[in-house]
Each structure stands twice: as C-alpha cells, then as structure tokens.
Ligand binder design. Structure first.
Ligand code: PDD
Length: 294
C-alpha cells in the first residue's frame, strides 16, 4: 500500500509511528535514563546481531537494569519491524520506565519502556567527508551506550555548523573517537585504532574492521592515537553501524594527506562491502540457533 505509515514497537505493541506515545514522566524523557542500540540490516539480515545484543545487555547492566526481554524475544520484534531488503537500521531504546513523580533515585517496581523502529541507511559518500576536532566534554562512562547524548549532540552540531560530517573528540592529547563513530587512522603505514575502555564506545563496526584487518594481515595496532599523529595521518576513517567505514579527507580545514580517499580505506571498504553482500545474498549471520547459543 502506498504511503503506509511506519510501524514501530512500543511496550509489547506494534503500532503506527504517530500513535506511539510515552508519558512525560518517563525517565528517558526526564533524565535521559536509558540505553540504546543501532543495528544495521542488509538484505533483511541484521549484521552482528549477537554482538549488538551483548552490548545492550552490558549497557543495561552498566546502569543497573536487567534486560526486559530475552534474545529470542528481541529477534521476534526485529523480524516484524524489518521491512523489505533495502539497507536499514534497527533503533532500540530501553529506558528505566515511568515514575510517579520526578525523582533522581530509581522508583521501585516500575516496568522499563521499550521502543524499537527501523530507519533506512543512506549510502556513504565514497569520496569521503570533512571532520573537525573538538574537546571531548563527555562523561566518564562512554562505554555505556546511554541515550544521554547532550555532549555528543553539541559536538556533532558544531561539525554540521562548520559544514562537516563529524566531530573527532580530543582528550589529554589523544584522539578518542567521533561524536557518534569510532576512529581509525593510518600513520606511517600502520592502521591504528584506540583500545577499548571506559573512554570510548566499544563499536561493533570497529571490532569488525579490526577482525578484517587482522584476517587480511594488514599492518594494524590497537593503541592510542595522539593528536599529532591524527594531524599527520595518511588516512583517517570513522566507523559506525550507519556510516560503515567512512573516510575523512579534510580535518579542521586541512587536507588529510592528498585530500582524497586512501588505498588502505579502499581495501578495507572492499572487504566490508563484500561482507554486506554475503548478508544480502542470504548467507546469513542471522542464524537464530547461533545467536541463542552465543
Ligand atoms: N552511534 N562511538 C559512538 C560515540 C557512537 O555513538 C557510535 C555509534 C559508535 C560506533 O558504534 P557501532 O559501530 O556499534 O555503531 C562509536 C550510533 C550509530 C548512533 O548513535 O546513532
């Protein structure tokens, strides 16, 4: 049917987007008290679903919540939301739920609010993007995928205001990650990415790129990238579930190397696109048994 309204999931129901409503006393609305996931879907199959659900469980435990649904239940919801075979992402948000008044401390015995929807993924600009660097003003638990994203929102908006696609966050002389992406740089021929810790989000795309680099015997090191290294890097990339492996060709108004996408990126992007193609063909990582056993 033409112009059919998007169906979303909210607290056990599948309903048109315009009818999905939450209370103003929801703690997600009042405090940003919740976590989320963004899972890419190619050819109807989620990429690295088990890893995304594991990170969701970690984020929930990080904010002292228990998963409101089990893995099989998540899969059933996603199967109903995934629409067609075009590239899309599942957005999943769990908040602590609706209290009876505004109080920072957790109310007792409330049910979490669970919301999920699918959104199309736009193709990445293969000629690369511009980025800026900004101070990392975020909190100290960046490994938790919290919906409390005010710092990231301000950083990303600053990038947009300056005609750029992303802000790269600097802390104590190191480049950490993007406002909504992980960071890779090729420095002196070696592909670098910062190690996982509380100061960055453990990106699922990041892990995949690391695996691809190792499996294809690329020169790779997991270590901090200094601001100086970032500025003289041969290549800079950002990775995320919706932006895949995105080359940065201009940083703070200066060209990255020659100002065109680099050969290491071209190779990695080829590997990443091939993996997506496998999913599209139905050689699926979306194997429920595997997922439930993991
Ligand atoms: N953001 N770092 C931050 C701060 C992020 O917000 C994201 C993703 C990533 C990349 O993680 P992954 O590869 O698992 O998508 C790194 C999502 C896409 C978002 O907020 O929309």
């Amino acid at each position: 049917m033409l112009n059919q309204e998007q169906i979303v999931y909210l607290n056990g129901e599948f309903l048109p987007l315009s009818q999905a409503k939450v209370s103003v006393l929801d703690r997600g609305f009042l405090f940003g008290d919740g976590v989320y996931e963004v899972i890419p879907v190619y050819g109807g199959s989620p990429l690295r679903l088990a890893e995304h659900l594991q990170r969701l469980e970690n984020s929930l435990s990080g904010i002292r919540m228990v998963p409101p649904l089990d893995r099989q239940q998540w899969v059933l919801i996603f199967n109903r939301l995934i629409h067609g075979v075009d590239d899309q992402s599942i957005y999943l948000q769990v908040t602590r739920g609706v209290g009876t008044k505004r109080d920072h401390a957790f109310p007792l015995g409330i049910a979490p609010t669970v919301f999920a929807m699918c959104t199309p993924i736009a193709p990445i600009p293969a000629s690369g993007v511009k980025a800026i660097t900004v101070p990392d003003i975020r909190w100290q638990w960046c490994h938790v995928k919290a919906i409390t994203l005010l710092a990231n929102v301000l950083q990303r908006q600053q990038a947009v205001d300056e005609g750029c696609a992303e802000a790269i966050l600097l802390r104590d002389g190191y480049a950490m990650e993007g406002a909504a992406s992980n960071l890779f740089a090729v420095v002196d021929g070696v592909l670098l990415t910062p190690p996982k810790g509380n100061d960055i989000l453990p990106g699922i795309t990041r892990d995949l790129v690391v695996e691809l680099a190792q499996a294809n015997t690329m020169k790779f090191e997991e270590r901090g990238i200094t601001v100086d290294e970032l500025r003289r890097a041969e290549e800079v990339w950002l990775t995320s579930s919706t932006r895949e492996v995105l080359p940065v060709v201009e940083l703070d108004g200066r060209k990255v190397c020659d100002g065109v996408v680099g050969p290491v990126w071209a190779r990695m992007n080829g590997l990443y696109q091939a993996l997506k193609e496998e999913l599209r063909k139905g050689h699926s990582v979306f194997n429920i048994r595997e997922l439930l056993d993991s």
